[in-house]
Design a binder for this molecule. Sequence first.
Ligand SMILES: N[C@@H](CCC(=O)N[C@@H](CS)C(=O)NCC(=O)O)C(=O)O
Length: 204
Amino acid sequence: MKLYYSPGTCAIGIHILLEEIGAPYDAIKVDFAARAQYEAPYVAKNPKSKVPALERADGTVLTEYQAISVWLGLTHADKHLIPPDAERHARMLETMDYIVATLHMQAWQRFWRPGNFIANEAEHPALKARGLEMLAKGFALLDAKLAGKDWVVGDYSLADPALFFVSWWAARNTRQELPSHIAAHYARMNARPAVQRALKAEGF
Ligand SMILES: N[C@@H](CCC(=O)N[C@@H](CS)C(=O)NCC(=O)O)C(=O)O
């Protein structure tokens, strides 16, 4: 397998899962500073010009955190990254969708890329502030759900690296104080050897 990533992005979530699974893979850096995601060699791999992308042994490429993580979880069932019961399986997907579709693509996007929403730069500070406000609401919701649990659905699952990357950006990039249960989850994630290996591989 080949993981296409750029350091500091949401691709860290899949990077962590690959380390948890322990199957052989190559991590291939896409140079965002050089805008390599928009150049022909990478566009041929992933026309969406995004990371993460996972190239499998047959040469096909899978994109989107949820699709890649579910595929990894199902093809490495012995690692127990997907809960066996319907309730927790559904709750895991519910949380992943909220993190990816709302916290990442709506809240963080407003903060990182206000120009993707409104061209008028005078409106960007308000848009960025709105992004952080949406994020705070999301963290408060997830914090309440984490009470009394070490991991998102009880046992460690595909949802935990997703929560990690949105928490990581808040803790590292914008120095926000995380609510207590999210902060404890973030500390537990940082203590996992797979997380340390993935961070180190990306230069952190
Ligand atoms: N919904 C996608 C989001 C992927 C995404 O937006 N990745 C960002 C990095 S965090 C990216 O590659 N951005 C490159 C660009 O927009 O130029 C997923 O969950 O995998």
